[in-house]
Design a protein around this ligand. Structure first.
Ligand code: SF4
Length: 213
């Protein structure tokens, strides 16, 4: 039988740095949960409705579909549809028919939705503020470690949608250096993007020749 170790076993946790990092990440995820709940209560919306509004506020129209949102938040389409129904009733989002498929539609924010999304998205500033106090080397080490962890969790199938450089068709790596073929520029570790609007999944059709600069 496979023996799996628990990071929450205090003996192990106090012995292994990996366990303490896992528990630290769990505490940070708790901070997100608490902050999201606060926004939920203030705005009489559920946490997932808040997350949908924030996602729509900062992502392109082709990603604003129920199926994409379901993958993004690791939920069923039925659960996301139910949350969106509430947002439609509150006139915070609206449906826009898909010209290429009459059965399909994308979502966009109404004016009230834009306002709410802008307000609620600022909840992250409570977490960003203490990070801003770290010195540059600490920030770089933290970012590098987190990016690798996210990439590995994605490869293990635990996190689904990712729009980071490591999974992008434009990304090239050589002996630890990074290069973006779209930007035609070398990327330092701190430039690696976590959610890039130009991200092209390696399995997607070949990207059109397009240069940003
Ligand atoms: S297009 Fe974006 S995600 Fe892809 S390699 Fe360049 S910066 Fe990274």
């Amino acid at each position: 039988m496979l023996i799996r170790n628990s990071s929450f076993d205090l003996e192990r946790q106090n012995r292994e740095v990996e366990s303490r990092i896992v528990v630290a990440l769990e505490r940070i995820s708790e901070a997100f949960r608490v902050l999201l709940w606060k926004e939920s209560k203030v705005n009489t919306l559920s946490p997932i409705q808040i997350q949908i509004l924030i996602f729509l506020r900062f992502h392109s129209r082709e990603k604003s579909r129920i199926s994409y949102l379901a993958k993004e938040f690791n939920m069923t389409k039925a659960t996301v549809s139910e949350s969106v129904k509430g947002l439609l009733m509150k006139s915070l989002v609206k449906k826009q028919p898909d010209v290429s498929d009459t059965r399909s539609y994308t979502l966009s924010l109404t004016e009230a939705g834009e306002q709410t999304a802008s307000n609620v998205s600022a909840f992250s500033s409570f977490i960003e503020q203490p990070i801003s106090q770290l010195d540059p080397a600490q920030k770089d080490a933290m970012l590098g470690g987190l990016l690798k962890l996210i990439h590995d969790l994605n490869r293990m199938g635990i996190i689904t949608v990712q729009r980071m450089c490591y999974t992008c068709a434009y990304y090239r790596s050589d002996n630890g250096s990074h290069y973006c073929r779209l930007l035609q520029a070398a990327l330092f570790d701190r430039d690696i993007r976590l959610d890039c609007p130009e991200h092209q999944a390696v399995t997607d059709p070949p990207p059109p020749a397009q240069i940003l600069r």
